[in-house]
Design a protein around this ligand. Sequence first.
Ligand SMILES: [Zn+2]
Length: 81
Amino acid sequence: MSSLKCPGMERIRASFPDEAACRCGATVELWPDEFEARCPACGAAVAREAPPACVEWCAAARECVGEALHDRYMKHKKATS
Ligand SMILES: [Zn+2]
């Protein structure tokens, strides 16, 4: 299974942060294991703009990204939808 790779996994395991724009105009860094972060400027919760959607429907997602991360993603998804 270690040879199995998908673009979603690459994205979610990237070792650099994505940047999201807060509504106050500040830029918030979101690390791959974060789906939401606090804006350093105003303290608002900023959600990832482009969530790794493959985690939602990919049958291998749980193994792919790890159970803990998968569960966190699903909880976040439930809380924000
Ligand atoms: Zn802000």
